[in-house]
Ligand binder design. Sequence first.
Ligand SMILES: *[C@@H]1O[C@H](CO)[C@@H](O)[C@H](O)[C@H]1NC(C)=O
Ligand SMILES: *[C@@H]1O[C@H](CO)[C@@H](O)[C@H](O)[C@H]1NC(C)=O
Ligand SMILES: *[C@@H]1O[C@H](CO)[C@@H](O)[C@H](O)[C@H]1NC(C)=O
Ligand SMILES: *[C@@H]1O[C@H](CO)[C@@H](O)[C@H](O)[C@H]1NC(C)=O
Ligand SMILES: *[C@@H]1O[C@H](CO)[C@@H](O)[C@H](O)[C@H]1NC(C)=O
Length: 651
Amino acid sequence: MFWTSFLTTALLLAPSVAGVAVPVDHEPLIIGKTDSNRKLHGRFLHMTDFHPDPFYIDGASPDQKCHRGDGDAGHFGSPTTSCDSPWSLIDETLGWVRNNLRDKIDFVVWTGDSARHDNDDAIPRSPTQIYDSNRKTVSKVLDVFRTTDNETSLNPLSSLFVPVVPTLGNNDIFPHNIMEPGPSQVTRQYADIWRSFLPETQYHVFEKGGYYWQQVLPGRNGEWGPSSDGGLAVFSLNTLYFFNSNAAVDGCDKRSEPGYEQMEWLKNQLQIMRDRNMKAILIGHVPPAWTSTKQSWDETCWKKYVLWSKQYRDVIVGHIYGHMNLDHFMILDSHKGLKPRDGKKRKHKKKLGGKSSMFDYIFQIFTGNEEPDVCSVDEFDPEADPIMSVTSASDYLQSLREEFAELPSPNANQAAEVGGYDKLIGGKWGERYMVTLVGPSVVPNYFPTLRVFEYNITGLADETGSFKFTSSDDVTNETKGKKSKKPKKPKIELPHGPSPTEPPGPAYSMQPLSLTGYTQYFLNLTKYNDPVENFNNTNVEFEVEYDTRTDKIYKLKDLTVRSYLKLAHKIVDATAPTKPKKGHKKSEDDVDDEDHYDRQRKKKKKKHGKKKKRDRVWHKFVERAFVGTISPDQVKNFRASAVEGCEVSEL
Ligand SMILES: *[C@@H]1O[C@H](CO)[C@@H](O)[C@H](O)[C@H]1NC(C)=O
Ligand SMILES: *[C@@H]1O[C@H](CO)[C@@H](O)[C@H](O)[C@H]1NC(C)=O
Ligand SMILES: *[C@@H]1O[C@H](CO)[C@@H](O)[C@H](O)[C@H]1NC(C)=O
Ligand SMILES: *[C@@H]1O[C@H](CO)[C@@H](O)[C@H](O)[C@H]1NC(C)=O
Ligand SMILES: *[C@@H]1O[C@H](CO)[C@@H](O)[C@H](O)[C@H]1NC(C)=O
């Protein structure tokens, strides 16, 4: 029907190139070419965690999830409460996207949770409600991104103006967190709800596992599908099969587990990307958090993910996640993928099986609450009340900082002994590490947010932004040459790394498709909920919270791993760095730090005391984690009063 007619049209439009398609695995011969009048913007949108709530009532009490009672539940949502989003917030957010971003971006990544939380015993969730909520959100997203009569789709095989890639969240299923291996009602429902987003070639994969990949930029030849030479894909991972809280599955090591299958799929598909000269962005809902206070994924899945990411570092452009609501990033260490963590044995889960154990599970939820020990570190739960959980959220951020402190230091003497900093971080480009970027949510745990990434389009577009395509002939010859060199499928578990002659990947050295920065937007709900101002009939405006390209505190010159390693060091301790020794050969990093040092010294002389400067970057990191709703001072005070009598680590 819909798809068939599109395919037919595409094939009729491109008869001259139809013969060059190279069949790969199960993909049929689908050919299409981007309209050369389309512009490439070098920007894409990340949106996450909408959590629309049909039971939200204006003026209800936030203590009752904004479902009843009298209170100050705002028209567009209740910031810093555990209430979910009113539909008005979803509408305003998507309206702003339509008016301000739609024509300036190339694709959208959307990392899940388009249903309300299971947080009100008086109104239990049901599968129907969850699917309806997702369906409604999808139809609003489609209203924004559907092509109008005079527009052409970036992807000629789709009806959308730009590709949109959704992923499953832990609240998009019933009960939340628990997902059985597919095919299941859940995967079939989402195959239907997302039919405008899923490429037809990935339906069978999706029905089985809830994961898929979608091409989002055409190849250098302008083409899509198997005849694309180069281009970009987004991998939408189903993190529920990796998630520690999913009691229906058990990790990624046993062949019978869906996590194992997904990891095999990921490896094979990343190899296809490599063979086709394509690059990939990996997205998911629950991020691979791995610190002393929080391990979100099963260890066996986490290790494979880290190893695969390292081996395909020539292919992977970046890792983008949601779920946590906190704006932050993580640095994954590939050395930790190889050995057991701190001698801690992997916890084996008691797996659920069949209906009766599902009842056990539900029974546990209602009865299993023990008195919490106020002095112990609570594991951060992004689903908990955002204000009550400020303590555990700050403990989590503190544990991230501790992880950052373990990274090799560019200044330490130890670096000199083992052959320099570069050697410790896996060479000049820091290829020992991977960076995961976690975007804050639309649901106003703090303030609603959206993030717009920029990436490098040098050579992909001309000065006017129009695509620069290479001719089909050139590519055909080149592609044919490449295909014949395609290596046999690896038998060993560890995938092949990049060929030693390959240049480092886009996450490591600046090149086309490398992420160059992002703009973090937020919606000031304090302003828009003001009853005196009465913004009901006005379009709300998201504002820039910070832009990594101009930000004076993070000073990220791009989003490469090396830049993030530098930021991580500054977060560990932002006191003035020691002045480099004379005669020491200057690296680029040193020049920057010297600059930083001089400026800091001057400023200090002028007005600030030493104390004020200390931990400047760390404080900004914490402030941004909470989208500016909670100052580091407040966090500190809150902590002190919440855990009176316990030892408080300094924030
Ligand atoms: C395309 O159509 C939309 C309405 O569907 C209109 O607002 C817009 O101005 C048109 N653009 C061009 C270039 O004709
Ligand atoms: C591509 O191959 C055709 C014949 O196979 C040849 O005529 C043409 O010159 C080749 N183009 C390039 C760029 O090598
Ligand atoms: C994009 O990458 C090229 C190298 O391929 C580099 O010369 C250029 O400065 C980069 N552009 C941006 C905006 O970083
Ligand atoms: C949000 O708006 C309120 C009221 O207009 C203002 O006082 C506050 O400073 C704003 N907050 C931010 C972070 O801009
Ligand atoms: C704004 O919305 C609130 C809540 O829905 C309503 O009580 C109020 O009358 C509205 N004001 C205007 C001017 O429409």
